[in-house]
Write a protein that binds this ligand. Sequence first.
Ligand code: C2E
Ligand code: MG
Ligand code: MG
Length: 706
Amino acid sequence: MQSYISNDYNFIAQKTLYISLLAIFILTVLTAYSYYWNIENIHNEKLNLALAEAKANWNKDASFRKWATGHGGMYVQPDERTPPNPALAHLPNRDVVTAEGVKLTLMNPAYMMRQMTEEFEEHYGIKGKITGKLQLNPINKPDEWQLKALNIFESGKSNEVFEQQTIDGKPYLRYMKAMYMTKGCVKCHGILGFKEGDLRGGVSVSIPLSHYFAAATQTGDSIFTTHIIIWLIGFISIMIMTKLIKKLLEHMAHEALHDCLTGLPNLSLFKNRVSQSFKQKQRNPKYQFAVCFLDLDRFKNLNDSHGHSVGDQLLIKLSQRVSNILRPSDTISRMGGDEFTFLLDNISDLDETIAISERILKSFKKPFNINGDEIFTNASIGICMSSPQYTGADDMIRDADIAMYRAKSSGKGQIDIFNPEMHEYAIETMKIENDLRTAIVNNQLEVYYQPVINLKNQKIDGFEALLRWHHPTLGFVSPERFIPISESTGQIKELGQWVLTQACQQVREWSLQYCPNDEFSIAVNLSSIQLTDSVIHEQIEEVLRNTRMTQTKLHLEVTETALVGHKESAKQTIKKIRNSGISLSIDDFGKGYCSLTYLQEFDFDILKIDKDFIQDMGPEGKGLQLVRTLMLLARDLKMKVVAEGVETEEQLNRLKAMKCPYIQGYYFSRPLPADQIKALLEMGCHKDSLLLLNANREKAGKQAYS
Ligand code: C2E
Ligand code: MG
Ligand code: MG
């Protein structure tokens, strides 16, 4: 399980890393693309500006040339810069002299343009040139690019061309537009065979791009900085997100494998650790490990009495205390509730496991300080040692759990080691639990009755109803075995109600038949689970109504242990029951956690001295004194006393000597099925206990007791 989770975690973590890398890559590509797109745009924009400038220049040139051509050129005084143009030598009036004798020479438009553009180039760096495939002046010969442009003009594809070019190592935008022969052009260029309207050539303008590019570079620098910042923000965001996702995943993986209250590994992680130990054992058969199951004793009571928050804090502190006792290589986990498991890895033998478990239990002797209160707790531990029969964690945890249950049932604060019989016991428990559900409908249950003798009048005072189960395969199952199971499943409520109804019905019938003036009493055992049922008194009253049983003749028996942990709710129930006139007995008094304060706190009518006390009564000594003291105590508290488990005449005589009013035990009669009791009543045994004694003895001689 843990490996699934860690695999999932690794898978998602890896995927997150890939996605983050992809996101960084996409961010980089997009940023770079955006940067180059912006740079390209700026470059194009600058080129467009340069083109506009080139066109503006060209238009200016064209207007000027048009003017000059329209006026047939211009006469200037020849000097160094404007010598008579040899290309116009064929014109008769190239050179003229004014009336004042000033010499003038003709400057045709091309010549003028050349002069002007030279000046322009000098001042602004903008080159201009009129060119054509045929020219009067070889200086106007087109260069390679201009020739290409002239070819385009000739082809008619376009009448203007522009292109970025490097001239003398510097960038220029070259622009050239076609030029057609006008009337004024024929004067000079007609000699070359051009007619009006012919393509004469073109005018080219070269705009220096350096300052445009310088401006573009400046803008580009700030765009670069902006893009770097955007990229960094994106990169940092992705990194933070990745880190957060990683943290979240780690947290989730931890949550999935740990108990949220104590922070200890949970069952999944625990099983995984046990599986690791199994692998280790496979490699090295001498390798030993143990799985232990720890369950707190009466944790529910603590929760009920101190509240869940104290219970929670106790679990936290307890888990820390146990963790400190275990070695770092061991694993302790919380199964849930008050159940913990721990894995003792690489241990030498069972003794070491027991020693560690004992150390844990010993540590509980010290109280836990919770909110200033000293809380004591105890636990039961079940141990399951590794052995070749085990192949998986589940089996070992199950068996440690079984051993823990055994430890618990043999008294709290115990350690028990799993053995295969326990497994059978656990399986039988499951069977009992299961089959008990249908025991009533399958007629497998029967109420037995044990007479209670009034020693004063030597008559049967009444009976105690004791449940019997005839299981089809397990045979007779003792109530001491199945009652605790039915308590754990809650089925006791149904069983208890059934016993009560049966017993009341039966005893009422016997009373009517055999002693209508002095009805029999009936004692019915009440479990702790029934005591906590808030409507139990209503159910009891209903049974009494239905069976017409006299309230005062019903004695409900409660054990001391049934009161532990439910004091308050039990008090309420007991009060309601007693208010209905029903008597209450404290059963097996002295057997459990005998506390005299219970007698004071709860209003009991009858005290039933536990059979162990009766059987411990020797001719003299402590046993006898104890019973005598209990009797005195009951008398002082105005309680009736019933001595249970009277088996011998000596015991009877001693009790008689102590003036014990009621006795119950094998001496007079074992618990018997209804038909056998009926037979005894038929014989008049209810009127004379000696008759009962003899009848039972006679029967016992003939057959074994049931
Ligand atoms: P308990 O209520 O204390 O019942 C007396 C037990 O002592 C009975 O055992 C009875 O058979 C036995 N006993 C009576 N006289 C003698 C004697 O002289 N010597 C010895 N050694 N034992 C004697 P049983 O019937 O096995 O019942 C055991 C316990 O199971 C009862 O103890 C009671 O706590 C519980 N139980 C039985 N029936 C019911 C029931 O219907 N409801 C509940 N809640 N518990 C029941
Ligand atoms: Mg009883
Ligand atoms: Mg008893």
